[in-house]
Design a protein around this ligand. Structure first.
Ligand code: PLP
Length: 388
């Protein structure tokens, strides 16, 4: 009987455990301090704040809840407008709805694939004329790369509107030498399983404002007032991180610079092997930016490459290799299609183009060179002029 044996699965961005995680988890077990909170959480918060150079950090159970808490702190409520990058994962925008507020989506720019300052400016001008400025702006840093923070902060400062940096995908990236996630009033990170470091699930919120983070910790732990009994004068959430997961995070954090080097190395191998092909363009890294290359992302112009991004994803799937389309923009999602959207220019929506032509290749920091070659060979075999 003939059976096609399935080749080993190559994942897009699987977890990559080091050697220290179990030691910290062991510490937590020894002290029987499993949950909630505890010394591992305190230490993880300090170490994260130190790593990104923020005043302070608060550990929570997801990146999504970190965004939610930041929005609440900024007073975002029923009927308020919040600007948000359109080119992102839905978790950036949903917390706006949790607060009963209205997202308005902002396009990307070609240089960084992140929020377009000119689209942002148009949105502000429109809202100013309508006499209704946004309460906050959520700027998302995709695939390991910072947004153009200089221009974005200049615009937001001019209108006096605070920025939340969704740095879930950009932990470890630099912008003009400063850590991604430390430019806004709040920066948020995610330790979901596919991120550059993981606690299996978790998040962190950083800020220069210590009082704000204390308030956020209070809300995240059911808003318990100080009293011997359970006393509550405000509504809270069960959003804090457990001591065990923080222990994993501490071990992961020790390895992060190695993980960034590995991902950048993977990007460079893809780039060297494929960038000469007509119609293939890799996500740029603007001057002054250091991307972690969390995921290697590229666009494929089918009329030049002779193959589309979708066909490449399908060909890789046949080889048991996981590749994905880039994020589908929020303004194209059924959930958000009635929301306002401001494109990069009146004739050009960059995020639509990226979605039509973009894909992400397996980029895990534990991807072997042999496995990476499988990906490269598969793509080379189907792009025009691939056999050279
Ligand atoms: C992963 C991710 C989040 C959400 O983080 P969770 O920890 O999964 O809640 C938010 N924004 C972006 C851009 C992400 O990639």
């Amino acid at each position: 009987m003939l059976m096609k044996t399935l080749k080993k699965r190559i994942y897009l961005s699987p977890p990559h455990m080091g050697t220290e995680e179990l030691c910290f988890v062991e510490e937590a077990f020894q002290s029987n301090w499993i949950a909630p909170l505890g010394p591992q959480v305190d230490a993880f918060e300090k170490e994260m704040a130190q790593y990104v150079g923020a005043n302070e950090a608060a550990a929570v159970n997801s990146g999504t809840s970190a965004i939610h808490l930041a929005l609440r702190y900024l007073g975002v409520g029923q009927g308020d407008i919040v600007f948000c990058s359109t080119f992102t994962f839905v978790a950036s925008a949903n917390p706006i709805l949790y607060q009963g507020a209205i997202p308005v989506f902002i396009d990307s720019e070609p240089d960084s694939w992140n929020m377009s300052p000119s689209a942002l400016k148009s949105a502000f001008m429109y809202c100013e004329q309508a006499g209704r400025l946004p309460r906050a702006v959520i700027v998302v840093n995709m695939y390991g790369q910072s947004s153009n923070m200089t221009s974005i902060l200049q615009i937001c400062d001019r209108f006096g509107v605070p920025v939340i940096e969704d740095a879930a995908e950009s932990l470890g990236a630099l912008y003009n030498g400063k850590a991604s996630g430390t430019f806004g009033k709040f920066g948020i990170f995610s330790f979901n399983g596919n991120k550059i470091i993981t606690t299996s699930g978790g998040g962190m919120i950083v800020s220069g404002d210590r009082d704000a983070l204390n308030k956020i910790r209070f809300w995240a732990a059911q808003a318990r007032d100080e009293a011997l009994h359970y006393e509550h004068s405000e509504m809270g959430y069960n959003y804090r991180m457990s001591n065990i997961l923080a222990a994993i995070g501490r071990g992961q954090l020790q390895e992060i610079d190695k993980r960034i080097d590995a991902r950048r190395q993977i990007f460079h191998r893809y780039y060297s092997a494929l960038s000469a092909n007509d119609g293939i363009a890799f996500m740029p890294e603007p001057a002054g930016s250091k991307s972690t290359r969390w995921l290697t992302a590229l666009t494929v112009n089918p009329s030049l490459a002779g193959v589309s991004a979708t066909e490449i994803i399908e060909a890789l799937a046949e080889e048991n290799i996981e590749a994905r389309s880039v994020w589908k923009p929020m303004h194209l999602q059924p959930l958000y299609k009635q929301n306002a959207y401001f494109s990069h220019s009146p004739e050009m929506s960059i995020s639509d183009q990226l979605f039509n032509q973009g894909l992400c290749l397996p980029s895990g920091s534990n991807l072997s060179e042999d496995d990476q070659d499988r990906v490269i060979e598969c793509i080379k075999a189907i792009v025009k002029g691939g056999i050279r």
